[in-house]
Design a binder for this molecule. Sequence first.
Ligand code: ATP
Ligand code: MG
Length: 444
Amino acid sequence: MKKILSLAPNCVAVKKSQEFILKKIQAIRGMNDLLPSDSVVWQFVEAAVADILQRYGYQEIRFPILESTELFKRSIGEVTDIVEKEMYTFDDRNGDSVTLRPEGTACCVRACEEHGLLYNQTQRLWYMGPMFRYERPQKGRYRQFHQIGVETFGMDGPDIDAEVLLLSARILRELGVASFVTLQINSLGDSASRAKYKDALVAYLEIHKDRLDADSQRRLTTNPLRILDSKEASTQALLDGAPVLLDYLDEASQAHFEQLKVLLDAGGVSYQVNPRLVRGLDYYGKTAFEWVTDKLGSQSTVCAGGRYDNLVEQLGGKPTPAVGFGIGLERLVLLLQAVDAIPKGLEQIADIYVVAVGNVQKEAFQLAENLRTDLPNLRVISHCGGGNFKNQLKRADKSTADIALILGEDEIAKQVVAVKFLREDQPQQIIPLTEIANFLKTCI
Ligand code: ATP
Ligand code: MG
């Protein structure tokens, strides 16, 4: 057995009727590898978003992937889908319950509180990274997925709500998907008006309980507002006659919502008011919003967020107003693919490929290194692994480079390099080694 294992390091030996068979280890269901052809697209999206965030004066924060389970129980809410059935929770070796983060907001608040970032100051923050939820994997829904999160703290007016919405609108616009998404907004009011609405909703739904789907019947006692979110047609039909959340808003929330709409109009961001929009996490109040698309089937929400003024206090800090959102990166990339918004040329990863034939390895390395120093924007691949001229040229062609620089013993003797254009119909040129950097500057 030892021998078998050493032969195949990525295989496990499985004992089956006295025989050992080898079973390949595969990725965990719902957790994806990102291969080079996709990672270039992700890098493009991540860089575009990071650039926009910087232009709005947002700063990056990074926090761990693993947190105390208590953090999520206390923030997201015990009777939410996430905490009830979606968390990756386990005891560490010390017997402490820890959880792979299912979202970033609670972590961000924890980190800010722990380091005093919320004391007497405002913050505009962002982060990017993996989140983990034990859901049924399907297109646009995975067990490890990635979010770009934006959180702001210390500002209670509708101006900052409008700002984060303008920011999210710009991200979608600059990535070329603006015409395929719609912004839906709603106000969830303050806790008192929400509680009043909850009672009215429950009273109405109790009368028609038999027409509710099973999930919604259960939520009637645990989390009735989430029924508004139900995907069941029969439940949605029933909700047509239900009391409307916006009719129950307290005055302050109403004024906040009205001013938000004024600012969105002024900023040129169109929206639909969706009175049934609620969020799946308990900590939201006042503004709630989602960017939805009809290009991704039932996983239609690309970006979601809202105001969560009570969360910091709920986690032991001073009352601190906050608003933010999360963009699902997988869904964003799927959307870009679906509407053909991925720029051409991302697959090109090299400009120059250095071919070295004969005993010139040392000089070829020197040439490549000098070019990387002199022309830092150039992407230079140096051929490794030997092979004859023809094979090396084949590699050069496959590398996506535009130009092959060919070095052989003859070239070294003459202190020149041959320049072969791989994508254009141009004759090969011979350029002195001392001139090659200048020459490349003119043709790339
Ligand atoms: P959904 O209603 O689709 O389950 P959610 O309300 O649970 O979404 P949030 O917690 O608000 O989602 O997360 C913000 C964004 O993260 C979502 O709008 C979506 O784009 C993305 N997202 C959430 N869960 C997943 C998942 N399991 N796989 C991929 N992306 C996800
Ligand atoms: Mg969900």
